[in-house]
Ligand binder design. Structure first.
Ligand code: GLN
Length: 164
């Protein structure tokens, strides 16, 4: 069985939460309309491992610097939305991820992290901007690990789930 399948097989649905990329405004609206906003916020505050990628990062951020909206606000980071411009500002790069080494990173209308409090710890930077961070049970990346072959970041999150 592949590493990816193993990782998925040994992880139960209720063990962790991935908030994927997409459109943070739509996801935020749906969380409220579907009655998931408060339950998710409580579960994360109570220690449920959560991984937010791109729009997911925005949903977890305490503040979005260039937007009036904020969502779950469980992570002590300030995000800059659409920080690289619009669709044409999407790009691929490779950079160091703390504890892993060089990983591929695909950014699609991505945010970056403008500031972290002392509770959150930067895990990767690109051109001087923080693009991944961790705060206890919460992991965020401004890029999309699922769009490249490397499974290192998936494994990093599986380990967070296994060690909770
Ligand atoms: N630009 C989107 C937003 O602000 C995020 C894009 C993504 O998730 N790839 O919500």
């Amino acid at each position: 069985m592949s590493d990816k399948a193993n990782c998925i097989k040994s992880t139960r649905f209720e063990d962790g939460l991935i908030i994927p990329g997409g459109e943070s405004t739509v996801q935020g609206k749906l969380l409220k309309e579907l009655g998931l906003f408060e339950p998710f916020k409580k579960m994360i505050e109570n220690g449920l491992p959560v991984f937010g990628t791109c729009a997911g990062l925005l949903l977890l951020a305490d503040k979005i610097n260039n937007d009036d909206s904020s969502y779950l606000q469980t992570m002590d980071i300030v995000a800059e939305r659409n920080a690289y411009g619009r669709q044409l500002g999407s790009f691929y790069t490779e950079a160091d991820f703390k504890g892993i080494g060089t990983v591929p990173m695909t950014f699609i209308r991505a945010p970056y992290i403008k500031a972290v409090s002392e509770k959150a710890r930067p895990l990767a930077t690109v051109d001087g901007h923080i693009v991944a961070a961790r705060q206890g049970n919460q992991l965020v990346t401004a890029f999309h690990p699922e769009l490249n072959d490397s499974l290192h970041i998936h494994k990093y999150f599986c380990d967070m789930v296994a060690n909770q």
